[in-house]
Design a protein around this ligand. Sequence first.
Ligand SMILES: O=C(O)c1ccccc1NCC(=O)[C@H](O)[C@H](O)COP(=O)(O)O
Length: 204
Amino acid sequence: MYIKICGLRDELAARVAVDAGADAVGVVMSEGSPRDASRDEAASVVAAVEGSGLDAVLVVRGVPARAAAETALELGFDVLQLHGPYSGADFAAALEVLPRVWRATSLVAEPRLRAGEYGEEHLLIDGATPGSGESWDLAALAEQETAARIGDGWILAGGLEPGNVAEAIAAARPWGVDVSSGVERAPGVKDLELIRRFVRAARS
Ligand SMILES: O=C(O)c1ccccc1NCC(=O)[C@H](O)[C@H](O)COP(=O)(O)O
């Protein structure tokens, strides 16, 4: 199970994610988010995971795709996660700059989702409001027709936490999981022990 800890802004939390056995760390650069990171904060997270084998993922919403990819490249990120209503053309533009781009959206916004439709490396299926910590109904993902249409290699997000991630994995059968609010003690403030517990629970 591939595990991404999202919304990091400091070196210590990034090192804890590495030591806990996560596969990726995410940095959100999105105005209005309680996790909106400065360039310096983003660079410190990238530096903390460099050489560890973890993917450093830049998460943006509402930023033009090519500009976001250029920022990801400049700051040393491995992956760009375009979150929200980006088009196939936006993905093509980002992919000209960076070879690894993920698409993040929800079944509410895009009921007919298919992994890889926009040339993305991975599809992240989130709840309706990214970074809200709100759980959503995973029943649709378990339906055979929907699961077959979506395909493989997708990441589940939205309202996950140490106490529910194992059950969510069993119900939805994703390739990976992503968490932000569920490993925080306040919006935007990561709890190091919850990061460790989340990774353990997702691997259990
Ligand atoms: O986390 C944010 O504040 C955010 C803001 C704008 C766009 C995306 C954002 N987060 C993206 C993520 O990948 C989150 O980890 C994902 O939505 C899950 O969040 P949560 O329900 O809090 O675990």
